[in-house]
Design a protein around this ligand. Structure first.
Ligand SMILES: [Zn+2]
Length: 171
């Protein structure tokens, strides 16, 4: 049953979110900045191969992926409903302005960027959505990797929850 639900979620959500990611990439490419030398080091440390291609765009609010109906469906499937502190669209990364200097947050988004790099946009999304619905969002393999890997590279205490789920005071 869980398997079927996960399969349906991928079928419904992956196409509109892929389009959203493509549009986001164009926006971040136009308005974003490349990584600093130190940030490039960090991105490579968490597994990004082409760190020079990463662009970061800091905004007041990070937009949620896909059209509105996908947000409601995603929340119903167990995705966090909170405003995200960051969001990777492949190698283009949105960061919420007030958190843009958080190295752990950038490292976390870079792990997702490395996952996109390994699997391509659709390949990443297909796996990510399937894992998140089938195994629950917090147990998804890609989420676990994004949370755990930075702590081994950044040298700070790891994130206990994905950044989009951090309590407001801890963001
Ligand atoms: Zn994540």
């Amino acid at each position: 049953m869980r398997f079927l639900l996960a399969l349906c979620s991928v079928t419904l959500l992956a196409p509109p979110i892929t389009l959203w990611i493509w549009l986001s990439q164009q926006r971040i490419l136009r308005n974003g900045r490349p990584l600093s030398e130190q940030e490039t080091f960090l991105a490579k440390a968490v597994g990004v191969k082409n760190a020079a291609a990463i662009r970061v765009l800091a905004l007041e609010t990070v937009p949620m992926p896909g059209p509105r109906w996908t947000h409601r469906l995603a929340q119903g499937l167990g995705f966090p409903a909170l405003t995200a502190a960051g969001m990777s669209s492949g190698k283009r990364i949105y960061l919420q302005r007030k958190f843009q200097d958080r190295r752990l947050l950038l490292a976390y988004e870079c792990v997702h960027a490395a996952q996109y790099e390994r699997h391509g946009i659709f390949g990443f999304l297909r796996r990510y959505l399937f894992q998140s619905v089938h195994d629950a969002y917090v147990n998804a393999t890609f989420e676990r990797e994004a949370i755990e890997r930075p702590s081994t590279c950044v040298g700070a205490s790891g994130l206990t929850k994905p950044p989009h789920q951090q309590p407001r005071s801890a963001r």
